[in-house]
Design a protein around this ligand. Structure first.
Ligand code: FAD
Ligand code: NDP
Length: 312
């Protein structure tokens, strides 16, 4: 039986692995085999430069995650490239099923992160990956986006980052923001405003993707006047936030209304004793690599204390 199983391999999972391995808990991590559509290593594997992780002036996201994985292994964590498809939290030891095999653990850390949301617009299913994407860094360099007018939907940091990245390839990028203001941090807003290849269109909401075999236009609605118009874009990128990866829990942990795991404030403790949560899967406010790492540390320390308290 395992002392601790960590599910998920972003900054939260790897920080939990480092701390718990150094505490001699001999943790086992399931890093996921393209779980929830993201490579092992999590969301940072889909971005370019990370400039706000302490200790690195600027580092490519995939490289940062490679380094975290290397550190987890170096400290003694074991990593399986498998996706957990079921857990049984009804009694201890907890049961975890992955790749048809069942594992038992005294404690669990859930660090499965979140995934990009889609809009389910008319035309989206037909044209998905034929001009519509939720990852500019993954798909933006494809030939069929080159020198085209592209649209990015969203008003957060991701939308600015994706738009900025796309200006390398596009003739111009329209950043479609549904409200009259953006959610992005000021530094990111300024980045978008000062980029001559980005035009920010406020109060603009996509309502239909046009095109037969590839995207040829986007019908949008002005959210204030309700007037509709067509933008002649050749590509559409979603940057409208994320959904927490909690479906595999099948309601066994208390979640909030959107599906994020609830933790007791100031701890990583979930509604089930001995099960801890860290990172974006339990955080809809901060959602940063460094805060994920921070809560990964909390989860590992909480698991260590729990094991110590229950060893007698
Ligand atoms: P994630 O990074 O989401 O990783 C979770 C991992 O768990 C994934 O690999 C997933 O496949 C795996 N998993 C899911 N389900 C299962 C399962 N059932 N079994 C096994 N494994 C599973 N933050 C910053 O601080 N700075 C930035 O510059 C920055 N840039 C970003 C750019 C983009 C494009 C995006 C999308 C996010 C960015 N963020 C940035 C946010 C940051 O990436 C996240 O806050 C952080 O990665 C969350 O870490 P996490 O450990 O919670 O989970
Ligand atoms: P956010 O949740 O911050 O922003 C989502 C945006 O999409 C909001 O502007 C929201 O509008 C809009 N939106 C949501 N649903 C729809 C819809 N159906 N139609 C149109 N617009 C919609 O997500 P992000 O992915 O931008 O950021 C997630 C986290 O990752 C944040 O914490 C962010 O700071 C971080 N991040 C940091 C980066 C960096 O520091 N370099 C880079 C990228 C991300 P509304 O505002 O009206 O709700």
């Amino acid at each position: 039986m395992e002392n601790l199983i960590i599910i998920g391999s972003g900054p939260a999972g790897h920080t939990a692995a480092v701390y718990s391995a150094r505490a001699r808990l001999n943790p086992l991590m399931f890093e996921g085999a393209f779980a929830a559509g993201v490579a092992a290593g999590g969301q940072l594997t889909t971005t370019t430069e990370v400039e706000n992780y302490p200790g690195f002036l600027s580092i490519p996201g995939p490289l940062l995650m490679d380094k975290m994985r290397e550190q987890s292994l170096h400290c003694g964590a074991r990593i399986l490239t498998e996706t957990v498809d079921r857990v049984d939290l009804s009694q201890r030891p907890f049961k975890v099923r992955a790749a048809g095999k069942e594992y038992e653990a005294k404690t669990l850390i859930i660090a499965t992160g979140a995934q990009a949301r889609r809009m389910d617009l008319p035309g989206e299913e037909r044209l998905w990956q034929k001009g519509i994407s939720a990852c500019a860094v993954c798909d933006g360099a494809l030939p069929f986006f080159r020198n085209k007018l592209l649209a990015v939907v969203g008003g957060g940091d991701s939308a600015v980052e994706e738009s900025t990245y796309l200006t390398k390839f596009a003739s111009k990028v329209l950043l479609l923001v549904r409200r009259d203001m953006m959610r992005a941090s000021m530094v990111m807003q300024e980045r978008a405003q000062s980029n001559p290849k980005i035009e920010i269109m406020f109060e603009t909401l996509p309502v239909e993707v046009l095109g037969d075999k590839s995207v040829s236009g986007l019908k949008v609605r002005n959210t204030r006047t309700n007037a509709e118009s067509i933008l002649p874009v050749g590509g559409l990128f979603y940057a409208i936030g994320h959904l927490p990866n909690t479906a595999f829990l099948e309601g066994q942990l208390e979640l909030d209304e959107v599906g994020y795991i609830k933790t007791r404030p100031g701890t990583a403790q979930t509604s089930v004793e001995g099960v801890f949560a860290a990172g974006d899967v339990q955080d809809k406010v901060y959602r940063q690599a460094v805060t994920s790492a921070g809560t990964g540390c909390m989860a590992a320390l909480d698991a260590e204390h729990f094991l110590a308290a229950h060893s007698h």
